[in-house]
Structures are given as C-alpha cells and as structure tokens.
Design a binder for this molecule. Structure first.
Ligand code: NDP
Ligand code: MG
Ligand code: MG
Length: 340
C-alpha cells in the first residue's frame, strides 16, 4: 500500500525561521492561515484591499498586499481561485520570488496545465487538502484534520518534500493522513472526482431523482426530503464506516433495493460517460474550455448558474430549510468561512 504520513512521521522543525505567505483569504486561505498560525508558524496573509483584507485583520493575522507578502516570505501558498492565479502570478508574485523560495499550491491545475511556469530556482510543491476549507478549519479546531495530498514538482533546496509534509502537519492534515502523489495525479483525480462524483454526478443524481418523483405526481416537499435532505445522513454513515456500515445501518429492504436497483441506475453507460469525462480532463480539453470561458467573462457559467438556481428543488428546499434552523446554522458558518 501507498505510504500514509501521520504526525509522528513529520519533522515540523523544517518550518522554523521560515515565513509563509498565504495569498487569498477565502475558503482554503482562512483555514490555512489560521491553522498555520495556531501551529506556531510565522504567517502573513497577502490579499487585495477589501472584505478579505478586513476579515483577516479581524481574525488577528498580519495582512498586507500580495506583492509585499511574497517579498517577505520564504514559502508562498497560492490560495486565490484557480482561474485568477495566472494573472496574479504574472503581476504580483513572479517578481517577488527569490532563489530557494517555495511556490506552493492547493491544487495542481495551473502548473499541470502550463498556465504558471515558475522560475527554475524555486521549490514548487502542493499541499492539497481533500475537503472544503471550512472543514479544514473546523476539524483543526476540534483536534482532528482533513486528509491531504502532497506532491513535489521542483526541488531545488532538497527540502521540498519535508516542507510539504511540515506544512500539511501544521494545517492539521497529518492527523488524518497525508499521501504523496504527483501534480498530474492530483490535478486529474481532483477534477474527475468533483465532476463525475462529488459535485457534478451527485447534483445530477439528486435532480434526476427529484424530477422523476415530481413528474410522477408526488409532492415536491416529499421528493426533496427523500432525494436531497436525507443524503447527508447516508453520506455521514459512509464517511464513518464505508459502504458496509451504511448498509448495516439501513433496513434490509433498503439494502436489497440498493443491490438490485443501484446498478440499474448507475449502469455501464454511466461508466462510459465517466470515461469520456476523464479523457477530456486528461487531454486538457476541459482545462482549455474553462480557461477560455473565463477569458470571455463566463457567459455560459453565468447562464447555467442562473438556470440551476431557478430549479424547483431549490425553491422547495429554501422554504423547508426555513423551518430547520439547525440546518441554516451550518450554512451561516460555511458562508462566514468563505465556502461557496
Ligand atoms: P476562494 O474562491 O475561496 O478564494 C477567494 C479568495 O481569493 C478571497 O480572499 C479573494 O479576495 C482572493 N482573491 C481573488 N482574486 C484575487 C486577486 N486577483 N488578488 C488577490 N486576492 C484575490 O478560493 P478557494 O479557497 O476555493 O480555492 C483556493 C485554491 O484551493 C484553489 O487552487 C482550489 O482549487 C484549491 N482548493 C479548494 C478547495 C475548497 O474547499 N474550496 C478544496 C481543495 C483545494 P477578495 O475578497 O478580495 O475577492
Ligand atoms: Mg477541486
Ligand atoms: Mg427510506
């Protein structure tokens, strides 16, 4: 099996005397900056003037411009949105990097797809938490952590892997497990996971189930609870104990239906579609389309987003969630943490 690194395997001392610039204070940025600081690492947040700047100051962090933070730092973690990183790199990061510095990412997109080409005299590595930023923060505070992947693309100091592991430990990830991978593997599997399963696959599955029930004449409220709300309870069981534990917890009737109907819904045809999605990721087609979409101010993204927000499942859900303050509580926390 692949080696999994835990706290005891990691020498956090390699970060001693080093300053880390966290660029961006959104979903991942706030979590990394606060966790690093509380782990005793010297951190400065680099972000433009505005809401994020003020938030980071209120949270008690040292905050300055991106350019200034890069100039001060030995390790530069880029946590602005992927589609903004190239421009920010060209304008505010590149000229501030000194030989022997480290340029770090939480996702390999811009390096793997050649949007950012770093100078040869810096370390380049990634520390990619396998979870949303607000969980990276919340689990750290609770004494736990979100697992992470590390990968080294350039190792001029000879210390890049040790630095990546120490960084992962400082944000709490080595409590959960850290795996070494490559930029290619992290980038392609991350994009595939979010497109085919976690975000794209799941939202399409939920919508299809909801629509099937509503079109057959069932109440939208019942369909909402059945196809969306209950999902969290099921996923929590999978998270705790895998598929077997989830199946152990549900009724035998549900389990029999899972065995017999699941493969009818997610059939060979779905897997063929998944393979096509993976091919578009591997060939760079997906990356190219997303980069171009951003260059023309996101016309398709905006149109689809509007249409999706108008879907009946969203309207029904809004009303039902009003009556469940405990659910809204979590949403508020997520929004405050910058998670979208
Ligand atoms: P967010 O969208 O949450 O980042 C927003 C932050 O970036 C804000 O602080 C924003 O500041 C700042 N920002 C945006 N544009 C600029 C700019 N031009 N100059 C300076 N600051 C800017 O990003 P995420 O945390 O979602 O993603 C960051 C990285 O982490 C990405 O590489 C992503 O793939 C990766 N990742 C994200 C995960 C997640 O949970 N979201 C999971 C794992 C990896 P302002 O308020 O001024 O706009
Ligand atoms: Mg991703
Ligand atoms: Mg049931």
């Amino acid at each position: 099996m692949t080696k999994v690194y835990y706290n005891g395997d990691v020498n956090e001392k390699v970060l001693n005397g080093k300053k880390v610039a966290v660029l961006g204070y959104g979903s991942q940025g706030h979590a990394h900056a606060l966790n690093l600081k509380e782990s005793g690492v010297d951190v400065v947040v680099g972000v433009r003037k505005g809401k994020s700047f003020e938030k980071a100051q209120q949270d008690g962090l040292a905050v300055t411009s991106v350019r200034e933070a890069v100039e001060q730092a030995d390790i530069v973690m880029v946590l602005v949105p992927d589609e903004r990183q190239k421009e920010l790199y060209e304008k505010e990061i590149k000229d501030g990097l000194k030989p022997g510095n480290a340029l770090v990412f939480a996702h390999g997109f811009n390096i793997h797809f050649n949007q950012i080409v770093p100078p040869a005299d810096v370390d380049v590595f990634l520390v990619a938490p396998k979870g949303p930023g607000h969980l990276v923060r919340r689990t750290y505070v609770e004494g736990a952590g979100v697992p992470a992947l590390i990968a080294v693309e350039q190792n001029v100091t000879g210390e890049a892997k040790e630095l990546a592991l120490a960084y992962a430990k400082a944000i709490g990830s080595a409590r959960a497990g850290v795996l070494e991978t490559t930029f290619k593997e992290e980038t392609e599997t991350d994009l595939f996971g979010e497109q085919a399963v976690l975000c794209g696959g799941l939202s399409s599955l939920v919508k299809a189930g909801f629509e099937t029930l509503v079109e057959a004449g069932y109440r939208p409220e019942v369909a909402y609870f059945e196809c969306l709300h209950e999902l969290k309870l099921i996923v929590d069981l999978m998270y705790e104990g895998g598929l077997s534990y989830m199946r152990y917890s549900i009724s035998d009737t549900a389990q029999w239906g899972d065995f017999t109907s699941g493969p009818r819904v997610i059939d060979e045809h779905v897997k063929e579609n998944m393979k096509a999605v993976l091919e578009d990721i591997q060939s760079g087609k997906f990356a190219k389309e997303w980069i171009l979409e951003n260059k023309v101010n996101r016309p398709q993204f905006t149109a689809i987003n509007k249409r999706e927000q108008e879907h009946q499942i969203e309207k029904v859900g809004e009303v039902l969630r009003e009556m469940m303050p405990f659910v809204k509580q979590n949403k508020k926390e997520a929004v405050v943490a910058g998670e979208k």
